[in-house]
Design a protein around this ligand. Structure first.
Ligand SMILES: N[C@@H](CCC(=O)N[C@@H](CS)C(=O)NCC(=O)O)C(=O)O
Length: 222
């Protein structure tokens, strides 16, 4: 008998957020299991049996197949539930959305992570390293903003949105000045925050708990 889909994830992970958003956008019936990354739950044997690289997200399908790597999960869901796509219908937007997702995952997020992890106390950067990361990021985000503006379909929820939404939240915690430096991207974040998919993710009790913890630890508006 087919069982429910299961997503193993963490709300501060943009990769996890993409998978979470796709499941909700596509109206899939699933359970969300919070993996406490700080406690190292992703490296415990039980989890490694399902995801040998020990990371989030992990999707277990209704047929019991384990799928990891956020883009593989995303593409699996796009193919499995083609009625509600998060890739635009027309080219060149489809190619652009794929490109922008890669830009976030490989170009922008690794630097966001460096700053975010320092804010969480996981490592220490020198002043020079921190400034370099910040300047680097602003330059990359300025290019990203210009590329984003060339998307023809600006209204529908696409795959870039959840990746950007969560990467931007992490960056805001690590480098709050970013919203004044890049007001158009802050406006994009606020647009995404109002989408039904994000509202639904944020109402999940496990997600709320992490947001509340972050808000109590760092002076951030929710
Ligand atoms: N390429 C992977 C990256 C996943 C990833 O880096 N996940 C991070 C959270 S943002 C993680 O699980 N980190 C914990 C660890 O590596 O121990 C994907 O797209 O799914």
């Amino acid at each position: 008998m087919a069982s429910k889909y299961k997503l193993y994830g963490h709300p501060v992970s943009p990769f996890s957020y993409l998978a979470h958003a796709a499941l909700i956008y596509k109206k899939v019936d699933f359970d969300f299991t919070y993996i406490d990354l700080a406690a190292g739950k992703q490296k415990e044997a039980e989890f490694l049996n399902m995801h040998p690289h020990g990371q989030v997200p992990l999707l277990v399908t209704d047929k019991g197949q384990n799928i990891y790597e956020s883009w593989s999960i995303f593409e699996f869901l796009e193919e499995q539930f083609p009625e509600q796509n998060m890739l635009p219908k027309s080219q060149p937007d489809r190619a652009k959305v794929r490109t922008l997702c890669q830009v976030i995952c490989t170009g922008i997020f690794p630097t966001v992570r460096e700053l975010f992890m320092e804010t969480l106390g996981r490592h220490k950067l020198t002043d020079e390293e921190r400034t370099n990361h910040q300047q680097n990021l602003i330059a990359k985000l300025e290019v990203f903003e210009k590329e984003l503006a060339t998307l023809q379909d600006k209204n529908s929820f696409n795959a870039v949105d959840p990746l950007f939404y969560q990467a931007w939240q992490n960056l805001n915690i690590a480098y709050p000045k970013v919203k004044e430096l890049l007001p158009n991207l802050q406006a994009n974040f606020e647009r995404i925050a109002k989408t039904p998919t994000v509202i639904s993710i944020e109402s999940n009790p496990a997600v709320k708990k992490v947001r509340d913890f972050m808000a109590s630890r760092f002076a951030i508006a929710q």
